[in-house]
Design a protein around this ligand. Structure first.
Ligand code: NAP
Length: 312
């Protein structure tokens, strides 16, 4: 693998830094990079919470994306930087604007100034600066701000990601097993294209390690099938061999429930998720995706089986 040259002309270390490297997606990106024998820094506010085995290729770094000096230290000397930091519920200074727009742009700018060769911003399918949703609009403006700060940045937009440790599929599986009547988001017609988190991690690792020749700046990573929410729940119930009755529940009821749930430590449902469930979340088909990175996306049943069997 060719080593990247920084802007200063000095050779950067063969290191990829993953901000949010202990998260649901981030820790899998780290693992995939380690599998490719790449040196990795997994950076987050609580690096000790990770689940990685000790490896001479891996450094755990404490960094807060809201603090420019800490991100400068974290990314120093890296050949590539991945921003996999999330924020699903706004709290105090952690607003969507602060994290997904300002901090993402700061990280991109600091990376460019440090001579990082490649910057990858994890965003989401449907990100749109003009959206009326504060979350979706922040994701869209975040992409624009990152591109202004780091012109050659690559944006990766996953659809809803599934796999052990997810909130989406795990919650559906738990509820299908628990409830004889399953409450749908609205009428359950929203279209979704769930993607296995390991497939997205592999895509990001290939992009970060230069294991692809595709010259594109935006990728949409979606699963192999489009489901309505209703048909997705039916499919999961059928895979688990459970008979379930589906009941439409209007969105305003969900919003009230989510507002209450957000007070719980690990919110099982957020207003932002309820808002997202009202719009289709599928690949536009206008951008390259997993197949273009030579990744055959996993079918849903693999993730359902792994979660049902209690894989970590
Ligand atoms: N999950 C999905 O279905 C989905 C779908 C589409 C797009 N995405 C996007 O994919 C990305 C990763 O999502 P995820 O679900 O993997 O998130 P996650 O599991 O919540 O992980 C977030 C990571 O960011 C770190 N983090 C949070 N705030 C930070 C801060 N201020 N400074 C430094 N690190 C911080 C967390 O560690 P600490 O708390 O220790 O700092 C953790 O490592 C996000 O951009 C998300 O919007 C996710």
């Amino acid at each position: 693998m060719a080593s990247d040259l920084g802007r200063s002309g000095s050779s950067t270390e063969n290191v990829v830094t993953v901000l949010g490297g202990t998260g649901f997606l981030g820790r899998r990106i780290v693992s995939r990079l380690l599998d490719k024998k790449i040196n990795v820094r997994a950076a987050s506010r609580h690096p000790a919470r990770d689940r990685f085995h000790a490896s001479p290729q891996l450094k755990r770094i404490e960094a807060n994306i809201l603090d420019r000096s800490s991100i400068a230290a974290a990314i120093s000397g890296s050949r590539a930087v991945v921003n996999a930091v999330s924020l699903y519920v706004e709290r105090g200074e952690q607003s969507f604007e602060r994290v997904h727009v300002k901090a993402a742009a700061d990280l991109a700018a600091v990376s460019r100034e440090a001579g990082v060769g490649k910057f990858i911003q994890i965003s989401g399918i449907g990100s749109d600066a003009k959206s009326s949703s504060t979350y979706v609009s922040a994701r869209g403006r975040g992409e624009d701000a990152v591109k202004s700060a780091f012109a050659q940045a690559t944006i990766v937009r996953p659809s809803v990601m599934v796999g052990p440790g997810d909130t989406f599929l795990t919650t559906i599986i738990r509820l299908v097993k628990l409830l004889p009547v399953y409450p749908l988001f609205g009428t359950g017609d929203t279209q979704l294209q769930p993607v296995h988190v390991e497939d997205v991690a592999e895509a990001v690792a290939r992009l970060a390690s230069g294991q692809t020749d595709i010259d594109a700046r935006l990728f949409e990573c979606a699963g192999p099938r489009v489901y309505s929410y209703r048909s997705l729940v039916q499919e999961i119930a059928s895979l688990l061999r459970i008979r379930t009755i589906l009941m439409p529940v209007p969105y305003p009821v969900w919003t009230l429930l989510a507002a209450a749930a957000e007070w719980l430590p690990a919110a099982p449902l957020t207003r932002n998720q309820v808002e997202l469930m009202q719009d289709d979340n599928i690949a536009s088909g206008n951008f390259p995706g997993l197949e273009d990175l030579s990744i055959e996306p996993c079918e849903l049943d693999a993730a359902v089986r792994m979660i049902d069997e209690g894989h970590a």
